[in-house]
Design a protein around this ligand. Structure first.
Ligand code: KIV
Length: 269
Protein backbone atom coordinates (compact mmCIF):
# COMPACT_ATOMS: atom_id res chain seq x y z
CA UNK A 1 0.00 0.00 0.00
CA UNK A 2 1.44 3.45 -0.90
CA UNK A 3 -0.41 6.43 0.48
CA UNK A 4 -3.74 4.89 1.44
CA UNK A 5 -7.00 6.20 0.02
CA UNK A 6 -8.56 5.60 3.42
CA UNK A 7 -7.32 5.69 6.98
CA UNK A 8 -5.01 2.91 8.13
CA UNK A 9 -6.58 0.54 10.63
CA UNK A 10 -5.38 -1.99 13.17
CA UNK A 11 -6.05 -4.69 10.57
CA UNK A 12 -3.70 -3.01 8.10
CA UNK A 13 -0.98 -3.04 10.76
CA UNK A 14 -1.52 -6.74 11.46
CA UNK A 15 -1.26 -7.44 7.72
CA UNK A 16 1.93 -5.40 7.50
CA UNK A 17 3.51 -7.51 10.22
CA UNK A 18 2.43 -10.65 8.37
CA UNK A 19 3.96 -9.36 5.15
CA UNK A 20 7.17 -8.17 6.90
CA UNK A 21 6.45 -4.58 5.86
CA UNK A 22 7.81 -1.89 8.17
CA UNK A 23 5.39 0.38 10.04
CA UNK A 24 6.27 4.08 10.20
CA UNK A 25 5.12 6.02 13.23
CA UNK A 26 6.06 9.55 14.26
CA UNK A 27 4.79 11.87 16.96
CA UNK A 28 2.75 14.92 15.98
CA UNK A 29 1.31 17.68 18.11
CA UNK A 30 -0.51 19.97 15.68
CA UNK A 31 -2.40 19.99 12.39
CA UNK A 32 0.53 21.37 10.35
CA UNK A 33 2.96 18.58 11.21
CA UNK A 34 0.16 16.02 11.00
CA UNK A 35 -0.62 17.12 7.44
CA UNK A 36 3.03 16.96 6.39
CA UNK A 37 3.69 13.56 7.98
CA UNK A 38 0.45 12.21 6.54
CA UNK A 39 1.39 13.44 3.08
CA UNK A 40 4.83 11.83 3.46
CA UNK A 41 3.15 8.47 3.97
CA UNK A 42 3.50 7.94 7.73
CA UNK A 43 1.16 5.15 8.89
CA UNK A 44 0.61 6.20 12.51
CA UNK A 45 0.65 9.63 14.16
CA UNK A 46 1.21 9.36 17.88
CA UNK A 47 0.12 12.41 19.83
CA UNK A 48 2.75 11.53 22.38
CA UNK A 49 2.79 12.76 25.93
CA UNK A 50 6.28 13.80 24.85
CA UNK A 51 4.28 16.94 24.03
CA UNK A 52 5.20 17.83 27.64
CA UNK A 53 8.89 18.33 26.94
CA UNK A 54 8.70 19.02 23.18
CA UNK A 55 5.99 21.63 22.69
CA UNK A 56 4.43 22.48 26.07
CA UNK A 57 7.65 23.57 27.77
CA UNK A 58 7.52 21.16 30.73
CA UNK A 59 10.60 19.35 32.01
CA UNK A 60 9.15 15.90 31.29
CA UNK A 61 5.86 14.14 30.48
CA UNK A 62 4.53 14.00 34.06
CA UNK A 63 2.54 17.29 34.12
CA UNK A 64 0.65 16.70 30.84
CA UNK A 65 -3.12 16.80 31.42
CA UNK A 66 -6.02 15.10 29.68
CA UNK A 67 -7.27 18.46 28.40
CA UNK A 68 -3.88 19.30 26.85
CA UNK A 69 -3.59 15.87 25.30
CA UNK A 70 -7.14 15.95 23.91
CA UNK A 71 -6.71 19.44 22.42
CA UNK A 72 -3.54 18.44 20.58
CA UNK A 73 -5.01 15.10 19.48
CA UNK A 74 -7.99 16.96 17.99
CA UNK A 75 -5.59 19.22 16.05
CA UNK A 76 -3.62 16.23 14.73
CA UNK A 77 -6.85 14.48 13.70
CA UNK A 78 -7.84 17.58 11.72
CA UNK A 79 -4.50 17.52 9.87
CA UNK A 80 -4.38 13.79 9.10
CA UNK A 81 -6.24 12.14 6.24
CA UNK A 82 -4.75 8.65 6.02
CA UNK A 83 -2.64 8.04 9.12
CA UNK A 84 -4.07 6.42 12.22
CA UNK A 85 -4.12 8.88 15.11
CA UNK A 86 -3.22 7.51 18.53
CA UNK A 87 -3.75 9.52 21.73
CA UNK A 88 -1.12 8.93 24.40
CA UNK A 89 -2.79 8.72 27.79
CA UNK A 90 -1.15 11.09 30.30
CA UNK A 91 0.35 10.06 33.62
CA UNK A 92 -2.43 9.32 36.16
CA UNK A 93 -5.22 9.25 33.57
CA UNK A 94 -5.35 5.43 33.59
CA UNK A 95 -3.58 4.31 36.77
CA UNK A 96 -6.12 5.33 39.42
CA UNK A 97 -9.02 2.99 38.59
CA UNK A 98 -10.43 0.94 35.74
CA UNK A 99 -13.43 3.26 35.61
CA UNK A 100 -11.26 6.35 35.14
CA UNK A 101 -9.11 4.56 32.58
CA UNK A 102 -12.17 3.62 30.51
CA UNK A 103 -13.74 7.08 30.80
CA UNK A 104 -10.51 8.87 29.86
CA UNK A 105 -9.59 6.51 27.02
CA UNK A 106 -13.13 6.79 25.65
CA UNK A 107 -12.78 10.58 25.40
CA UNK A 108 -10.04 10.17 22.75
CA UNK A 109 -12.40 8.22 20.50
CA UNK A 110 -15.64 10.06 21.21
CA UNK A 111 -14.50 13.67 21.56
CA UNK A 112 -11.48 14.08 19.28
CA UNK A 113 -11.69 11.27 16.72
CA UNK A 114 -8.60 9.28 17.71
CA UNK A 115 -8.29 5.74 16.36
CA UNK A 116 -6.89 4.34 19.61
CA UNK A 117 -4.85 5.09 22.70
CA UNK A 118 -1.40 4.22 23.98
CA UNK A 119 -0.47 3.64 27.59
CA UNK A 120 2.71 2.68 29.44
CA UNK A 121 3.27 -0.53 31.37
CA UNK A 122 3.37 -4.29 30.82
CA UNK A 123 2.05 -6.95 33.19
CA UNK A 124 0.86 -4.32 35.65
CA UNK A 125 -1.43 -2.84 32.96
CA UNK A 126 -2.88 -6.17 31.79
CA UNK A 127 -6.23 -5.52 33.49
CA UNK A 128 -6.52 -1.98 32.17
CA UNK A 129 -5.63 -2.94 28.59
CA UNK A 130 -8.02 -5.88 28.52
CA UNK A 131 -10.88 -3.77 29.93
CA UNK A 132 -10.32 -1.03 27.33
CA UNK A 133 -10.16 -3.59 24.54
CA UNK A 134 -13.29 -5.32 25.86
CA UNK A 135 -15.26 -2.08 25.56
CA UNK A 136 -13.99 -1.47 22.02
CA UNK A 137 -10.99 0.82 22.48
CA UNK A 138 -7.89 -0.13 20.45
CA UNK A 139 -4.82 -0.04 22.70
CA UNK A 140 -1.13 0.24 21.87
CA UNK A 141 1.15 -0.90 24.70
CA UNK A 142 4.49 0.64 25.66
CA UNK A 143 7.20 -1.28 27.53
CA UNK A 144 10.92 -1.06 28.31
CA UNK A 145 11.92 2.51 29.14
CA UNK A 146 8.78 4.20 30.47
CA UNK A 147 9.10 8.00 30.43
CA UNK A 148 6.21 8.36 32.91
CA UNK A 149 8.34 6.46 35.44
CA UNK A 150 11.30 8.83 35.11
CA UNK A 151 11.02 10.01 38.71
CA UNK A 152 10.78 6.46 40.08
CA UNK A 153 13.71 5.34 37.90
CA UNK A 154 15.83 8.42 38.70
CA UNK A 155 16.32 9.29 35.01
CA UNK A 156 16.23 7.76 31.55
CA UNK A 157 18.30 4.63 30.87
CA UNK A 158 18.29 1.52 28.72
CA UNK A 159 16.19 -1.28 30.18
CA UNK A 160 16.71 -5.01 29.73
CA UNK A 161 20.50 -5.14 29.86
CA UNK A 162 20.53 -7.79 32.60
CA UNK A 163 18.97 -11.23 32.03
CA UNK A 164 16.50 -10.57 34.84
CA UNK A 165 15.32 -7.30 33.30
CA UNK A 166 15.23 -8.80 29.82
CA UNK A 167 13.04 -11.69 31.06
CA UNK A 168 10.71 -9.21 32.77
CA UNK A 169 10.36 -7.14 29.59
CA UNK A 170 9.60 -10.25 27.53
CA UNK A 171 6.90 -11.14 30.10
CA UNK A 172 5.56 -7.58 29.78
CA UNK A 173 5.38 -7.95 25.99
CA UNK A 174 3.50 -11.24 26.22
CA UNK A 175 1.11 -9.78 28.81
CA UNK A 176 0.34 -6.73 26.67
CA UNK A 177 -0.38 -8.98 23.70
CA UNK A 178 -2.47 -11.37 25.79
CA UNK A 179 -4.53 -8.42 27.07
CA UNK A 180 -5.51 -7.59 23.49
CA UNK A 181 -3.25 -4.68 22.49
CA UNK A 182 -2.95 -4.26 18.70
CA UNK A 183 0.74 -3.23 18.85
CA UNK A 184 3.43 -2.43 21.37
CA UNK A 185 6.14 0.22 21.56
CA UNK A 186 9.53 -1.09 22.69
CA UNK A 187 11.53 1.83 24.03
CA UNK A 188 15.19 1.86 25.11
CA UNK A 189 15.88 -1.88 25.05
CA UNK A 190 18.84 -3.81 23.56
CA UNK A 191 18.53 -4.75 19.87
CA UNK A 192 18.79 -8.46 20.62
CA UNK A 193 15.93 -8.32 23.10
CA UNK A 194 13.77 -6.27 20.70
CA UNK A 195 14.47 -8.83 17.97
CA UNK A 196 13.52 -11.71 20.27
CA UNK A 197 10.29 -10.02 21.36
CA UNK A 198 9.42 -9.15 17.74
CA UNK A 199 9.85 -12.81 16.81
CA UNK A 200 7.76 -14.04 19.74
CA UNK A 201 4.80 -11.68 19.31
CA UNK A 202 2.05 -11.91 16.72
CA UNK A 203 1.25 -8.19 17.17
CA UNK A 204 3.59 -5.57 15.66
CA UNK A 205 6.43 -4.12 17.73
CA UNK A 206 7.36 -0.49 17.12
CA UNK A 207 10.80 0.46 18.34
CA UNK A 208 12.49 3.61 19.55
CA UNK A 209 16.03 3.12 20.74
CA UNK A 210 15.47 -0.61 20.21
CA UNK A 211 17.42 -1.28 17.02
CA UNK A 212 16.31 -2.00 13.48
CA UNK A 213 14.66 -5.42 13.93
CA UNK A 214 11.26 -4.32 15.21
CA UNK A 215 8.18 -4.35 12.96
CA UNK A 216 8.33 -0.57 12.74
CA UNK A 217 9.98 2.53 14.13
CA UNK A 218 8.71 5.58 15.98
CA UNK A 219 10.56 8.86 16.32
CA UNK A 220 9.77 12.14 18.03
CA UNK A 221 9.06 14.64 15.24
CA UNK A 222 10.91 17.55 16.85
CA UNK A 223 14.04 15.37 17.09
CA UNK A 224 14.05 14.24 13.46
CA UNK A 225 13.24 17.69 12.05
CA UNK A 226 15.92 19.53 14.03
CA UNK A 227 13.48 21.34 16.31
CA UNK A 228 14.73 19.87 19.56
CA UNK A 229 17.47 22.41 20.35
CA UNK A 230 20.98 21.25 21.17
CA UNK A 231 19.97 17.96 22.77
CA UNK A 232 19.54 15.13 20.28
CA UNK A 233 18.79 11.70 21.79
CA UNK A 234 21.17 8.93 20.74
CA UNK A 235 18.35 6.98 19.09
CA UNK A 236 17.29 9.90 16.87
CA UNK A 237 18.34 10.79 13.34
CA UNK A 238 18.00 14.33 12.02
CA UNK A 239 16.41 14.56 8.56
CA UNK A 240 15.90 18.35 8.38
CA UNK A 241 17.12 21.43 10.25
CA UNK A 242 13.85 23.30 10.71
CA UNK A 243 14.98 24.99 13.92
CA UNK A 244 17.91 26.65 12.18
CA UNK A 245 15.79 27.64 9.18
CA UNK A 246 13.12 29.14 11.45
CA UNK A 247 15.66 31.09 13.49
CA UNK A 248 17.28 32.54 10.36
CA UNK A 249 13.90 33.50 8.93
CA UNK A 250 12.78 35.13 12.15
CA UNK A 251 16.07 37.03 12.53
CA UNK A 252 15.63 38.43 9.04
CA UNK A 253 12.04 39.44 9.84
CA UNK A 254 13.16 41.19 13.04
CA UNK A 255 15.87 43.02 11.14
CA UNK A 256 13.57 44.19 8.36
CA UNK A 257 10.85 45.39 10.73
CA UNK A 258 13.25 47.17 13.08
CA UNK A 259 14.95 48.92 10.16
CA UNK A 260 11.60 49.92 8.68
CA UNK A 261 12.24 47.80 5.56
CA UNK A 262 9.40 45.33 5.91
CA UNK A 263 7.29 44.89 2.81
CA UNK A 264 5.00 41.92 2.20
CA UNK A 265 5.80 39.53 -0.64
CA UNK A 266 7.64 36.35 -1.52
CA UNK A 267 11.44 36.19 -1.19
CA UNK A 268 13.36 36.45 -4.46
CA UNK A 269 15.12 33.23 -5.45
O1 KIV B 1 5.28 10.25 23.99
C1 KIV B 1 5.99 9.77 23.09
O2 KIV B 1 6.50 10.48 22.21
C2 KIV B 1 6.21 8.34 23.09
C3 KIV B 1 7.14 7.78 22.07
C4 KIV B 1 8.53 8.01 22.49
C5 KIV B 1 6.88 6.35 21.82
O3 KIV B 1 5.67 7.66 23.90
Amino acid sequence: MGVAERRYTVRDLAKMKGACRQIVMVTAYDAIMARLADEAGVHILLVGDSMGNTVLGYENTIPVTMEESLALTAAVRRGARHAMVIGDMPFMSYQVSLEEAVANAGRYLKEVGADGVKLEGGRVMHGVISRLVDVGIPVMGHIGLLPQSVLKDGGYRMHGKTQEEADAILDDALAVQEAGAFAVVLEGVPETLAEEITGRLTIPTIGIGAGPRCDGQVQVITDILGLGGDFVPKHAKIYAQLGEAALNGLKQYVQEVTKGNFTPGRPEN
